[in-house]
Design a protein around this ligand. Structure first.
Ligand code: 13P
Length: 283
């Protein structure tokens, strides 16, 4: 099973109520390792790229890696552009072949966000691509004040945004944040149920790193079909590199270091895939 539309992966997960790991990759090694983990567990998976890493690697190089690594892939996979406020980057990624984008206009008014998101959805459709939308934005965990779940738009506003734009998946703020939580986050899981019931669309769960197994299974059962993981990959990648050099001082043979990092990233990805219930769900 090759690269498929993001929506195909999410719609199945949504109707069967399992979660698909949407993992932010940072380079060739992490891209290959996450794909290998998904293949080992026969799980569908979404690989995400941040705007920063697309620019750092170069859009053409990033996409060439994706094509090379997914040429013979045996599980359904899709490539997604994470939080992107820049319309030119969205256009370039869609034209290149990314399967979906998150148009992040959360810093704009809801009206302007909605107006532009309608354009992004129309542009994506021309390429057979899908769109994730957000209107609230997410903090970094270190900026949390504890009352995040209260600062959200009304359900009516969310429903109207999803209806008017036709986004395929919506990313609500429910007390979640990006990074490493200092204490377990208080999540407004009922908001997920309300949005799913009112829109009939899957929800994207952001800030996955550090949530508990109970939180994941509850939120996935409520309709969080896309579960974003980024910080956990960075920790696995960096810490395994640090540990390797600490345990092997003076060993400057890069492939040995890379093997340790690949194993750590694979372990992290497999842990989340199992936790989200998508093991064995490849078709
Ligand atoms: P974490 O970095 O907290 O895992 O969040 C990932 C995310 O939501 C990416 O958009």
């Amino acid at each position: 099973m090759p690269v498929v539309p993001t929506r195909e992966i999410l719609d199945r997960a949504f109707s069967e109520r399992y979660g698909v790991a949407a993992i932010n990759v940072i380079n060739d090694l992490s891209m290959e390792a996450v794909l290998a983990a998904a293949e080992e567990l026969m799980a569908p998976v979404i690989l995400q790229t941040s705007v920063k890493h697309v620019k750092m690697t170069g859009l053409d190089a990033m996409y060439a890696m994706w094509v090379a690594y997914t040429k013979d892939v045996r599980v359904p996979v899709a490539l997604h552009l994470d939080h992107c406020p820049e319309r030119d980057v969205i256009s370039a990624c869609l034209a290149k072949g990314w399967n979906s984008v998150l148009f992040d206009a959360s810093k704009l008014s809801v009206e302007e966000n909605q107006r532009q998101c309608i354009e992004v959805v129309a542009e994506a459709r021309r390429y057979g691509a899908d769109v994730e939308g957000e209107i609230e934005g997410f903090k970094r965990t270190e900026e949390m004040t504890g009352d995040e779940a209260q600062h959200v738009q009304s359900l009516e506003t969310v429903v109207e945004f999803v209806r008017a734009t036709g986004v395929d998946v919506f990313a609500p703020a429910i007390g979640n944040a990006h990074g490493t939580y200092k204490t377990a986050p208080h999540l407004d899981s009922q908001r997920v149920s309300d949005i799913v019931e009112a829109t009939g669309k899957p929800v994207a769960l952001h800030g996955g790193t550090g949530m508990s197994a109970e939180q994941f299974s509850d939120l996935i059962a409520r309709g969080c079909a896309k579960v974003n993981i980024s910080t956990a990959l960075k920790i696995a990648y960096m810490k395994s590199g640090y540990d390797f050099m600490t345990e092997h001082p003076g060993d400057y043979d890069p492939p040995k270091l890379f093997a340790a990092q690949r194993a750590a990233v694979m372990e992290m990805a497999k842990y989340h895939i199992r936790l989200f219930g998508s093991e064995g769900k490849a078709w």
